[in-house]
Design a protein around this ligand. Sequence first.
Ligand SMILES: [Zn+2]
Length: 318
Amino acid sequence: MQCNISRTFCSLALLATSMLSAQQDVHRKPHVAFTRTLTVGTSTLQVDFADGLLDLPRTAITDRIQQAVHAVSLYYGRFPVSRARILILPTANRDLHGTTWGDREGFPAFLILHIGQSVTREELTSDWIITHELVHTALPSLPDDQHWLEEGIASYVEPIARVQAGEMPPESIWADMLRGMINGEPERGDHGLNNTHTWGRTYWGGALFCLVADIEIRRQTHNRLGLQDALRAILRSGGTIDKEWPIAQVLAIGDTATGTHVLQQMYARWSTAPVPVDLPQLWRQLGIRSTNNTITFDPAAPDSAIRAAITRPGAAEF
Ligand SMILES: [Zn+2]
């Protein structure tokens, strides 16, 4: 899965170019100069550094990977796959981007991370790419028309997992959502998420689907359960990136876990027709205010408890 939610990449042309280079990378089989094995619970991650220069010590990069592994494991209750290989490809620029495949090179999950030689410690600390890529391992591969759900879940879960792990305060992700979710709204000529393969609808449209589903599950369960519980159940059922499942199976497992029909009912509407969301009203109900680019929370808002529950860590399972 080639991931381009980046604020700097925003065109399908770029996406197509990146996908081509990702296919070339996976067949190139670069020489590995250094390997470090990470463990979390019963899972093993083989981190391979290909030849190439990096200004930062390799331990800075493996420490950041370990931190991202921890955040994803905390969100899902365990690390999603038993074994994964992460191949670091140093590049000459200051880039940082990634691609994830299922069932490659003898591993259930295989990630390639391009890390620019001059990437700084600060850029690595604020990185979201590695977490986003690891979240991809926790969902079966879906047909191309539902690629938006793969990217939507990765885009929605990544910042929440990082807040739950204490990497950043909740205000920062709501600020990002206030700025970004508008990109996920249907525009003129939209034919639903399955049929509108634009950057905005794929990444932010998918994330908007997840946010609305999370809120609705929490409303229907008196805030006892949320999308996190549905996603954990899909993972517990064996739904990882190395499997190919129809979306109906994924959504049914998620809904059974929460005792609702939210995912299946929303999918029926959102997949084939434009469904606009009244975002200003949604932020008001969650109690999120933005004044001079500063986010504050209104504890008296009707869905204030739901907002707080979304970023509260779930129970550990490992
Ligand atoms: Zn992605």
